[in-house]
Design a protein around this ligand. Structure first.
Ligand SMILES: [Fe+2]
Length: 559
């Protein structure tokens, strides 16, 4: 062997190492793929901040950083963040072959302009992703919020609902728990991977911007479903910066607060003196000025499939519902039943227009279940599922004709779309075909507080004395089964209030009595069919000189 050859052999390993090193280095600089999973959430003001989460599947990014800029600006700003190890990858992986280490990155962008488009990227040659900061107020706009839960039993159904949600162009979505049905387990990591893959495929608004998420925890995020600490929900707490305790509130200016609650999956039982309930009371007390407060939790306070008297359901009603009433959290979104239901407005265990409406119950992509017949379940305004089972108030000897019949499964697959405006929220129920099958309008807390000065349950005399006769618009309107008609009379009068249908036929004489001067109301609770109805007041004064007043108003009954 000559000397030259020997020398060459000696340096070969070194050259090989150098060339591999430079090869990797140069290809890394040019070709590191974008993260496969990228999604957005908030921990604070959504009009000026955002959280970008991204997952690095091959540990080829040790640094957490991205470039971002206001759309239209030339200069990129670089923001760094933090990363955590994925709980079941790298040396924590026990499956064969083991999952390479993944990192879950979090970058907190702050100082944003409200209601403004932003761009971000992970490398100079990488794709540009976009989002829009939330408006700081609702002066000239409405905010659309999509809500659903219970996503991944059937992947094609999950994907379909994602498409339906995205085509409604929401500003953000609230997912009410039971995301991937991974139960916190390592061997079901693939289910989360599918979910994120589909999220990256579908969840963009009409302008191609990523749709942010507010996350709520469910039993299928948790090993053992119901635990008192976070360590049994490893995916949930690794994937989402919010809610860091399993519960929390996000405030959108003063127009909307979204409260995420944990129905005992990673927090202690709801006893009333548990941290979460104490926090809830304080959080609501601090939000008196907010126009709209909505809440989302996974288990149902008022189920349409499961047992209403289950221990956890009962605790939610006992300890959270009174707070919802006290602070007028008018709309509560619940999940877990894999059905569709809307309750009546419920207050103190009764139907009452000033109460809380529960909207459920988690069927984004799950197998649909049967439901209580709403005609024989006092609190259900509507319910859809596979078939109707006997309602909880149903007489077994004399069953309701719908019991045992199909319960309109097409509408059981659903999500809600809220259109939030200054004074009200329009709530649309949308099925898997993308059709709006129900819609109603819920007034803001301030509007309800004004209307609510009229006590419903105890007597009907109100403070104040009208200077002339008046018939107010009924509330709510449109309504389903129950509405309130208010009127005022300046002095003692005979008062008749009657309901007529569109053809002028009298449906009901609601009131025919002598009343003292003042403001009064009557409640109309009915089972007549949907349509337009009129209510007419005829009041004749019993003082001298006699005075007579008649007035007719229109109302809409929607079922
Ligand atoms: Fe569930």
């Amino acid at each position: 062997m000559n000397k030259t050859k020997l020398c060459y052999l000696n340096v070969m390993p070194f050259l090989l190492v150098v060339s591999i090193f430079f090869g990797v280095y140069t290809s890394e600089a040019a070709d590191v793929p974008d993260p496969r999973t990228i999604y957005l959430t908030w921990i604070d003001d959504p009009s000026t901040t955002i959280i970008v989460h991204y997952h690095d599947y091959a540990s080829n990014r040790t640094e957490t950083k991205l470039d971002f800029r206001r759309k239209g600006r030339a200069q990129w700003l670089t923001k760094t963040g933090i990363s955590v190890r994925h709980p079941y990858t790298g040396d924590a992986s026990t499956i064969v072959p083991p999952e390479p280490l993944r990192l879950v990155h979090t970058v907190h962008l702050t100082g944003l302009w409200p209601d403004t488009d932003y761009e971000f990227r992970f490398s100079e040659s990488g794709k540009i992703y976009r989002f829009r900061s939330m408006p700081g107020n609702l002066d000239e706009t409405e905010v659309r919020v999509a809500l659903g839960g219970d996503l991944y039993h059937i992947r094609s159904e999950m994907q379909n609902t994602m498409r339906r949600v995205a085509e409604r162009d929401p500003h953000f979505v609230v997912i009410g728990g039971d995301w991937a049905y991974a139960d916190g387990l390592e061997e079901r990591l693939w289910k989360w991977d599918h979910l994120w893959e589909d999220w990256m495929e579908y969840m963009y608004d009409s302008e191609g911007r990523l749709i942010p998420i507010i996350a709520v925890i469910g039993n299928h995020e948790t090993i053992g479903s119901y635990r008192s600490t976070r360590e049994y929900s490893p995916y949930f707490y690794t994937y989402f910066a919010f809610p860091a305790e399993g519960y929390g509130a996000i405030d959108f200016g003063t127009y909307l607060s979204v409260i995420a609650l944990d129905t005992e999956h990673s927090n202690p039982p709801i006893t009333g003196s548990d941290f979460q309930t104490l926090w809830l009371e304080q959080a609501l007390d601090q939000r008196n000025e907010i126009n709209h407060i909505i809440a989302s939790h996974h288990l149902t306070a008022y189920p349409s499939h499961r047992d209403k008297d289950g221990a956890r359901e009962t605790r939610i009603r006992r300890h959270w519902h009174p707070l919802f009433e006290q602070y007028d959290v008018g709309l509560v979104f619940e999940n877990h039943d894999h059905t569709y239901h809307r309750t009546h407005y419920i207050r103190e265990g009764n139907i009452n227009p000033w109460g809380i409406k529960y909207l459920g119950a988690g069927n984004w992509g799950t197998r649909t279940r049967d439901v209580w017949n709403p005609h024989t379940t006092w609190y259900l305004e509507e319910a859809f599922g596979t078939v109707y089972k006997p309602g909880i108030d149903e007489d077994p000897i004399n069953p309701h004709p719908l019991t045992g019949q199909s319960a309109n499964p097409e509408n059981a697959r659903h999500f809600y779309l809220l259109k939030v405006r200054e004074n009200d929220i329009t709530v649309e129920s949308i099925n898997g075909n993308g059709e709006v099958f129900h819609s109603f309008t819920h007034p803001s807390r301030h509007m309800r507080a004004d209307a609510q000065r009229i006590p419903l349950s105890t007597g009907d005399n109100l403070p104040g004395m009208p200077s002339s006769y008046v018939l107010f618009q009924n509330y709510p309107n449109p309504f389903n089964r129950v509405t309130v008609i208010r009127y005022g009379i300046p002095d003692r009068s005979n008062v008749r209030i009657a309901i007529h249908n569109l053809e002028g036929k009298k449906i009901k004489l609601l009131l025919n009595e002598e009343k003292e001067g003042g403001y009064h109301h009557v409640v109309w609770q009915t089972d007549v069919s949907s349509g337009i109805y009129y209510y007419t007041i005829e009041a004749t004064s019993l003082v001298d000189p006699p005075d007579r007043f008649t007035k007719r108003r229109k109302m809409i009954l929607l079922k």
